[in-house]
Structure formats: C-alpha cells, structure tokens
Design a protein around this ligand. Structure first.
Ligand SMILES: Nc1ncnc2c1ncn2[C@@H]1O[C@H](COP(=O)(O)OP(=O)(O)O)[C@@H](O)[C@H]1O
Ligand SMILES: [Mg+2]
Length: 272
C-alpha cells in the first residue's frame, strides 16, 4: 500500500503485515574519492525499518555498517539513492534537520566538547531544563555513578569507555523517533556492558523509538526484533531474529576448516 499527499516527495508505506515503515532506504550507494579513483563503500542498499522496532546490524569489520549509519544521519551524503523518514524524502537534509526530526546517533568514536560539563551536555540532550535527578538516572542507566561525573568536563580526562557511555546517555535522554548506536560495546567493561544491555531492553520496552544498534555482541543481537547483515558494502540478509540467530551463532563458532555462510569477524565473541 502506498499513500501520497500533495507533496511529490512524500511517501508512507506499510509492509505486508500492515506495519508502518518509518525509515526507508532505496537503492542507496556510496562512493568516495581516494587517490584519484572512486571507491565503492555501499552498494545498492534497500532496507526498511518499522516504527517502534529494534534492529541489530552486524557483519564483518569494514563491511560498511558505520558508513550506512552516517548516511542515515546525514553526516555523509549518498552518491545514489534516497532515504525516506516518516514519509518525507530526507536525502538532501543535513544533520541538524535530521536531528529536528528526532533522529539521533551515538558514534563509534564519540566527539569531545572541551569546557562543557557532563550535566550541561545531558541537560541539552533532554531538550529543556530538567531535574538533576533525571540526569543522575540516565547516567546510572549507562553504569556511571552520577556524583562522580555530573560536574566533570567532557574532555580528554575522560577515558574512551566513559566518554562512550556519556554519549550513549545523551541519546537515551533525548526523546527520539530513531536512535542509532554504533558498537556501543566498544571499549566498555563487562559490568557496564551488562548494564547497557538492560538499558537497551528497557528503552525498547518503554519508548516508541526505532532502535538500530550496530553490534558484534550476541547479547545485543538477541534483543533485536530483526537482524541485518551488512558485508562487502551491501545487505546480505535481513531476517527475524529467531530465523537468523542459530546461523549466526554457528558461524561465530565455525573453525578454520569450515566455510562460513554469513561471514563473522574476529572480534565477534559472544559474552557470557
Ligand atoms: N571516507 C572514506 N574514505 C575511504 N574509505 C572509506 C571511507 N569511509 C569508509 N571507508 C572504507 O569503507 C569500508 C567500510 O567502512 P565502515 O563503514 O567503517 O565499516 P564497518 O563499520 O562495517 O566496519 C572500509 O573498508 C573503510 O576503510
Ligand atoms: Mg564501524
């Protein structure tokens, strides 16, 4: 089913189960210029994401997962193809306009903001003057003890793992329609990772946000409604979690002599 309104670039579609496809990626490719030649990073990507669902994107390093996240968020412009969000063609919109449409992204390597306190950063994320308690609660969600962090600067004195968790907290604090987390597990200790898994689970249960988590961790993949495998710059598979997980687990365990169907990665070790 397709509905068009007066605007020529407006399109809202439902899938065969009648679920609303909030984010649609159509025939998307990304090429970058490197050393005078064009390198293909993403090729002919077609994906759709339905409202309120939890998606995990996985696949080998260098497959194009972070590039896809950056294209969705408007950090990188695609060479070809279109992106529709909530029925609107957002392909040419920049980061700020996408943020206004309640799309948020936690980077694989988070940026640092010198001279800015953690509580100020989180206040900004909540979008309005918020209680200190709410800020403390969101820090706790990512496994950080609030009293130690509220008044610290978001600068080089924070470790990579601390910074990463603060950035995840800023995404959780925002009231988003779409949230993308790129390898939230990277550089994070096991205890904080367990806490994050619980936080993502709760976020999915309590909020309406579409969650897209790029991850190699089995525990995160198991939270997802659907799992998407990206390798060699293209979508290898998009399937319901229970249909795909047995094959992913088998693939992670496959030895040197076996041929792997899906293509795991060296750092794809399941925790616990
Ligand atoms: N700006 C760029 N210039 C050249 N190559 C790039 C650029 N961005 C990404 N790549 C290459 O594209 C491929 C996909 O990268 P990336 O999206 O980071 O993969 P993943 O997140 O799946 O590990 C890699 O081979 C990477 O080196
Ligand atoms: Mg990446």
């Amino acid at each position: 089913m397709q509905e068009y309104n007066h605007s020529f670039n407006y399109r809202l579609q439902t899938n065969k189960w009648g679920e609303m496809e909030m984010l649609q990626i159509k025939d998307l490719s990304l090429h970058v210029e490197e050393g005078g030649s064009s390198v293909e990073i993403l090729r002919n990507i077609n994906l759709s994401f339905e409202e309120k669902k939890f998606y995990a994107i996985t696949g080998p390093n260098g497959g194009g997962k972070s590039s896809l996240a950056k294209v969705i968020m408007g950090i990188v412009k695609p060479t070809q193809g279109s992106i529709y969000f909530n029925g609107e063609d957002i392909t040419s919109l920049g980061i700020t306009d996408r943020a206004k449409r309640k799309m948020g992204y936690a980077f694989q390597q988070p940026p640092r903001f010198k001279g800015f306190k953690i509580k100020d950063l989180l206040n900004l994320s909540f979008g309005e003057e918020t209680s200190e308690q709410a800020i403390c609660d969101v820090l706790l969600e990512v496994g950080l003890c609030a009293q130690d962090y509220l008044n610290r600067d978001v600068d080089a004195s924070l470790s990579g793992g601390e910074l990463k968790r603060i950035e995840i907290a800023t995404v959780i604090a925002r009231d988003l329609t779409l949230a993308i987390f790129d390898e939230p597990e990277a550089g994070i200790d096991l205890w904080s990772f367990q806490k994050l898994v619980e936080t993502f689970k709760k976020m999915h249960k309590d909020k309406e946000t579409i969650m897209i988590i790029i991850s190699h961790q089995e525990k995160i993949l198991r939270l997802a409604d659907e799992v998407i495998i990206i390798a060699d710059g293209t979508v290898k598979e998009q399937a319901k979690r229970d249909d795909i997980m047995p094959r992913i687990v088998q693939d992670l365990e496959c030895g040197c002599n076996k041929t792997c169907d899906i293509g795991g990665s060296a750092d794809a070790e399941p925790i616990g």
